[in-house]
Ligand binder design. Structure first.
Ligand code: DX5
Ligand code: ZN
Length: 555
């Protein structure tokens, strides 16, 4: 069974957009804390939680308890995406008489706890978990608590209680975003070690300085520390926590307040403030342009792929791109599903298997069983019927559905039927067969045209640029519409994988900033461009935005 990566990701995106829509319409609300827990909530709702949106009070449902109730826009948006009510309802957020109030309320289907007063959700969850045990019920309690609300003494009373009563039918996740109200948790009431220096916004990145887990361990809890924006890590930790018996479990998820919208990220100002209506459409484009880096390990030492996986992990790759070549579809051969199976236990990073093989329909099950999370097959060796079969196998197994096309292949007519449901389209920018070739320049234009066609056909997946992508052309590939960047020679072929991935991200980020400034200009001319730039108060973003805007001749 795959990770269900894309489905979770797509739903999280939909929910984030609704948060912006709702808070903008209301003119108030809490986007920051809604965004820090977005992936956590997405994983719980679209992977683990048992519920029936048509019967929200179904007795055997799992309970989702949001203790940090001010992040209600995030909860409501996800409940809408999960089908509890119409997404358009979000426009009534905080309006008199609406089911969607500033803090969760039982009027809203799917809400299990009114979390306005902070620090109470954990005790309430323990009560629910113990009640389930007494009643002999198997349902589970999933609870999200905030780091700021952990200042409350009741949280620690609850921590002792859960330990005493061995509450193991509850999974607690702490949204550790390091911000509470208008400042940083470590300034207001430190949960970690004393900080040296002033660069508080940098602190979350340094896991070695994290001591909050030790507090929970001291209270007798089983603790997991993860990156709370990585779906695969959340998935792994929740799976482990569910398996742990006789002990309460907490996942400390380090997150970024305002995650996905640059000007909100890590900025306490966005704890409880709504975007302005004229800015919201630009934010929407930003949300739509998240991107992923996928190193291709065949560019490394083929006799030691284990080492290459390790380098991808250290480099913090988003996916690991696995080029399977069978010596028939392409002259070379690399490895098959057996190798993927061997590599699978080494990491939880999603495996992005690119099958350059003949008759993929005959083999695709093996690649599912080997642990791939995304599988792309070539259009040149598929037709409507075989791709339909592949599509169904992948969907049933929660594996992402991908199609790949060679540089001289156009999107075949039969594939149009699948476009709306496709997770990934690989646009090859070299003739497939080996790493280290030069990017074929005409592919820029091809990708741009393709993206238009894809949009017309209701595509909601990601275009992956594969072949000869490097620091020089990645920005343009992004502007063409690519959102996943495979790098063989440019990443794995380099010594410092982590450094080059960071550089690649920065290059693409710059292109994204350009796209957003262009969007702001299109919507509101120089005024909106300046307003947009002025929102970026932290770090060096603003300087770069001003520079980009000058280059574009906007001011
Ligand atoms: C080519 C493969 C690519 C390639 C990437 O057949 O599909 O993934 O190896 O390597 P570079 O980035 O070096 O082209
Ligand atoms: Zn590839």
């Amino acid at each position: 069974m795959g990770l269900n990566y894309y489905q979770i990701k797509k739903n999280v995106l939909k929910a984030r957009k609704l948060v912006i829509k709702g808070t903008t319409a209301a003119g108030s609300g809490h986007p920051g804390g809604s965004f820090s827990m977005a992936e956590i909530l997405g994983c719980i709702l679209y992977k683990f939680l048992k519920y029936d949106p048509k019967n929200p009070l179904w007795e055997d449902r799992d309970r989702l308890i949001l203790s940090k109730g001010h992040a209600s826009p995030g909860l409501f948006s996800n409940l809408a995406v999960a089908g509890f009510f119409e997404p358009s309802e979000i426009e009534t957020l905080r309006k008199f008489g609406s089911i969607l109030q500033g803090h969760p309320d039982f009027k809203c289907p799917g809400v299990e706890f009114c979390g306005g007063s902070l620090g109470l959700g954990l005790s309430y969850s323990i009560g629910n978990a113990l009640a389930a045990k007494i009643d002999g019920k198997n349902h589970r309690i999933f609870t999200i608590i905030g780091d700021g609300e952990s200042d409350e003494g009741q949280v620690w009373e609850a921590a002792m209680t859960a330990s005493k009563f061995k509450v193991d039918n509850m999974t607690v996740i702490m949204d550790r975003n390091f911000i509470q109200q208008d400042s940083y948790t470590e300034k207001i009431m430190p949960l970690d070690e004393e900080l040296i220096g002033d660069d508080l916004s940098e602190m979350w990145k340094d896991a070695s300085r994290w001591k909050i887990g030790d507090k929970w361990r001291a209270f007798g809890w089983n603790v997991y520390e993860i990156d709370g924006h990585r779906i695969e890590q959340i998935d792994y930790a929740i799976t482990k926590a569910i398996q742990a018996k006789g002990v309460p479990s907490i996942i400390i998820a380090r997150t970024i307040k305002g995650k996905s919208v640059e000007h909100m990220e890590d900025n306490p100002q966005w704890h409880g403030k709504a975007p302005k209506p004229d800015i919201a459409p630009v934010i929407d484009v930003e949300l739509d342009s998240q991107f992923m880096i996928a190193p291709s390990i065949i560019a490394g030492d083929m006799s030691n792929l284990e080492k290459e996986i390790k380098r991808c992990k250290e480099g913090r790759a988003d996916y690991i791109h696995l080029d399977v070549m069978d010596g028939q579809f392409v002259p070379n051969s690399t490895f098959d599903h057996n190798k993927i199976k061997e590599l699978r236990p080494l990491t939880v990073i999603p495996f992005d298997a690119h099958l350059m093989i003949n008759e993929p329909v005959k083999h695709v099950r093996n690649y599912v069983d080997a642990g791939s999370d995304i599988i792309s097959v070539h259009a040149e060796v598929c037709d409507e019927s075989s791709f339909g079969e592949i599509h169904d196998i992948l969907r049933q197994n929660q594996v992402g559905v991908g199609l790949a096309i060679n540089p001289d292949t156009e999107l075949p007519d039969w594939s149009k039927k699948f476009v709306a449901d496709l997770d990934q389209l690989i646009v090859m920018s070299v003739v497939p067969g080996k790493s280290g070739q030069k990017y074929i320049e005409t592919i820029h234009e091809k990708t741009q045209k393709l993206v238009t066609t894809l949009k017309e056909n209701n595509f909601h997946g990601y275009v992956e640029a594969d072949g000869g992508v490097n620091l020089e052309n990645a920005g343009q590939c992004f502007l063409d519409g690519a959102r996943v960047f495979v790098g063989g020679g440019a990443i794995i072929g380099q010594k410092d994988v982590r450094g080059v991935i960071r550089e690649l991200r920065n290059t693409i980020l710059r292109a994204r900033r350009k796209l957003l400034i262009q969007k702001a200009h299109e919507l509101g001319g120089a005024d909106l461009v300046n307003n947009w730039i002025d929102l970026h108060v932290l770090g060096e973003k603003k300087t770069q935005l001003i520079q980009i805007s000058k280059e574009l001749g906007y001011n």
